[in-house]
Design a protein around this ligand. Structure first.
Ligand SMILES: Nc1ncnc2c1ncn2[C@@H]1O[C@H](COP(=O)(O)OP(=O)(O)O)[C@@H](O)[C@H]1O
Ligand SMILES: [Mg+2]
Length: 330
C-alpha cells in the first residue's frame, strides 16, 4: 500500500490523500489535505518494514517531536505524526516546486553561483539544527527542495534512518537498495552505530554540491553493489574532471567539506557559512570593479566617437568580466 498504488482519495485519519509525490528509503510521500482545516500537507507513510520495527517506531516518534521544534525558513516544517489502521505517518509543510535532484535530472547540472547559493541556505538550515543538537543524516539532492518562488527548503531534517541500525545493511542483504550510498560520510560507513555528528552532514552537503555542479556524484558505482562506492568514499581523494571547469576556490571548498577525517572539515555549519560569505563578498567586489571599469571606458569611447575604440571597449569589457569571474573563483 505504501507504494501508493490506488491510495489516492483514501482517508487516513483526518487526512485525505490527493496524489503520490514520490518515494524513498523511509516510505512514500503524498500530497494530502487536512479535512479539519483544509490545509494541504505532504504526508509520508513509513514503509511497512520500518513500521514493523518497534524500536525504530519509538525513536521515530521522538524524532518527529524534536523536528517539530525546528522552525526555520530553510527547513520543511514538520506538523504531526500519527497512525491509522497500521499505517504510520507524519505530515509536513507541502512544497510546491522541485528537488535539486529533479533539477539535475532535467538540466544535467546547476550553474555554480546558483548551486553555491543553495548550499549556503542548506548550511543555514544545518546551523539552526546544530543549535538544537539535531543532525540530518541524509543530506542529498533529493532532500533539497526549491520552492516555486525560489526558497530553498531542507526536507527530512532529523528524520532519516540511522546507518548502523540496519537501513543500508538490511537493504543490501535483500539485494535492493532504497537509500543512496553516494553522499555518506566515511565515518558513517566505518563506525559502529551512529556516533557521527554535524560534520558528517557537512561532508554529505559537500558531496551534494559536487553532484550539483559536476553533474555526477563524486564516487560513481552501482548502488546495488555499494561496497565499491564505500571503498572509494573511504580511500579515494575527491577529484574534479578538468572539463567541468570548476574554479579552484570552489574545488577547495568542496575538498574541505569532504575531507576524509571529520577533524579536517569545517567543524560547524557556521564555519562553512562564514567561508561562503567571504566568497560572496569577493564576488561582489570584483563585480563592482568590473562595472566601474566599463562605464569609464564607455565614456571615453563616446567622446572619440570612433568605431575602433568602441570595439576595443567591448573587448576590454569582455576581458574585465573574465578577470572578475576568475578572481572570484580562482
Ligand atoms: N514536503 C514535501 N513537499 C513536496 N514534495 C515532497 C516533500 N517531501 C518529499 N517530497 C517529494 O517526495 C519524494 C520522495 O521523498 P522521500 O520519501 O523523502 O525520498 P527521497 O528523499 O529519498 O527522495 C521527494 O523526492 C520529493 O519529490
Ligand atoms: Mg526525502
Amino acid at each position: 500500500m505504501a507504494n501508493g498504488a490506488g491510495i489516492e482519495g483514501m482517508i487516513l485519519g483526518k487526512y485525505k490523500i490527493i496524489q503520490k509525490l514520490g518515494s524513498g528509503a523511509m516510505g512514500a510521500v503524498f500530497k494530502a489535505q487536512n479535512t479539519e482545516n483544509q490545509q494541504v500537507v505532504a504526508l509520508k507513510i513509513l514503509s511497512p518494514k520500518l513500521a514493523k520495527d518497534e524500536q525504530y517506531l519509538k525513536r521515530f516518534q521522538r524524532e518527529v517531536r524534536a523536528a517539530r521544534e525546528l522552525q526555520h525558513p530553510n527547513i520543511i516544517a514538520v506538523y504531526d505524526a500519527g497512525a491509522y489502521k497500521g499505517f504510520h505517518y507524519f505530515t509536513m509543510e507541502f512544497i510546491e516546486g522541485e528537488s535539486a535532484l529533479d533539477y539535475i535530472e532535467r538540466e544535467k547540472k546547476f550553474p555554480i553561483p546558483l548551486a553555491l547559493k543553495i548550499i549556503y541556505y542548506v548550511a543555514k538550515a544545518l546551523d539552526h539544527a546544530h543549535s538544537k543538537n539535531i543532525v540530518h543524516r541524509d543530506i542529498k539532492p533529493a532532500n533539497i527542495m526549491i520552492s516555486r518562488n525560489g526558497v530553498v527548503k531542507l526536507a527530512d531534517m532529523g528524520l532519516a534512518k540511522k546507518i548502523g541500525e540496519g537501513a543500508y545493511t538490511q537493504i543490501t542483504m535483500a539485494g535492493r537498495i532504497m537509500g543512496t550510498p553516494y553522499y555518506l560520510a566515511p565515518e558513517r560507513i566505518s563506525q559502529e552505530g551512529d556516533k557521527s555528528d554535524t560534520r558528517a552532514d557537512i561532508y554529505s552537503l559537500g558531496a551534494t554540491f559536487y553532484h550539483m555542479i559536476v553533474g555526477r556524484v563524486p564516487f560513481v558505482g552501482d548502488p546495488k553493489k555499494p561496497f565499491q562506492i564505500y571503498h572509494d568514499i573511504l580511500n579515494r581523494p575527491v577529484e574534479f574532471p578538468p572539463e567541468a571547469n570548476i574554479p579552484s576556490a570552489i574545488q577547495g571548498l568542496i575538498q574541505k567539506m569532504m575531507a576524509k577525517s571529520p577533524q579536517q572539515r569545517f567543524q560547524t555549519p557556521r564555519e562553512l557559512l562564514q567561508t561562503i560569505e567571504e566568497l560572496f563578498k569577493a564576488a561582489r567586489k570584483t563585480q563592482s570593479t568590473a562595472s566601474s571599469a566599463t562605464s569609464t571606458a564607455s565614456a571615453t569611447s563616446a567622446k572619440k566617437g570612433c568605431l575602433g575604440v568602441s570595439i576595443f571597449v567591448v573587448f576590454l569589457f569582455v576581458v574585465v568580466v573574465f578577470l572578475a569571474v576568475s578572481t572570484f573563483f580562482f
